[in-house]
Write a protein of this length. Structure first.
Length: 207
């Protein structure tokens, strides 16, 4: 999972997980020089601008992602640790495993409180917690799928967000068409240890 990276400076998970302009702000304290920071921000802007959702929407989504995670952390460190968040076009998809149903309700409520959130999709499970092996397996699944999408010339990989929880892959983003989305789903299903694929991907030009 993208949210599992470790960076030895303040704002570890927030810095490591934000894949956009908000991440550049958190990472500023780790950058060796203003020149490196400028290059990094420039590259991020270029990547975001090439996404189907556009630069402004991408930056807004990153801001929403950061605010929700910050509020989770402020409310309950366990909530912050156990939940995964994807934000695309103001739609917040929450996945993960918690032991207390009340935490699930609180997490969704907190997400709705952030300005700009248009929809909250609750994919949180109330069950026994996963172990280190499960987390490493999910991390491998996400990286494997990203790699497959990157080398598939019929898929615009940059438009997809991926998370995995105990072998369930959650997809968000914008597909160029139904055929492209099916290719992404087929790639996901073909990966070892994947139990199911849940797609919240929007087809381009669809409402």
């Amino acid at each position: 999972m993208s949210n599992a990276a470790f960076i030895p400076c303040p704002g570890m998970r927030l810095a490591a997980s934000v894949a956009g302009l908000a991440g550049a702000v958190f990472l500023a304290s780790c950058m060796p020089s203003p020149t490196s920071l400028a290059i990094g921000v420039g590259a991020i802007v270029a990547v975001k601008a090439s996404e189907e959702r556009g630069l402004v929407t991408a930056v807004t989504d990153d801001r929403i992602w950061t605010e929700i995670n910050a509020r989770w952390l402020d409310n309950d460190a366990v909530m912050f640790e156990k939940l995964q968040l994807q934000v695309h076009e103001g739609r917040a998809l929450i996945s993960g495993i918690v032991q207390k149903p009340a935490m699930r309700v609180a997490a969704v409520r907190i997400a709705w409180q952030v300005d700009g959130v248009k929809e909250v999709i609750d994919e949180i499970e109330a069950a026994e917690p996963d172990d280190v092996g499960d987390k490493l397996q999910d991390l491998w699944i996400v990286q494997e799928l990203r790699g497959r999408l990157l080398v598939d010339r019929k898929v615009r990989a940059i438009n997809y967000s991926i998370e995995s929880v105990k072998g369930t892959i959650y997809l968000m983003g914008i597909a160029q068409n139904a055929a492209e989305l099916q290719r992404v789903i087929d790639h996901a299903r073909d990966i070892a240890y994947v139990k199911r694929v849940v797609s919240y991907v929007r087809i381009k030009d669809a409402a």
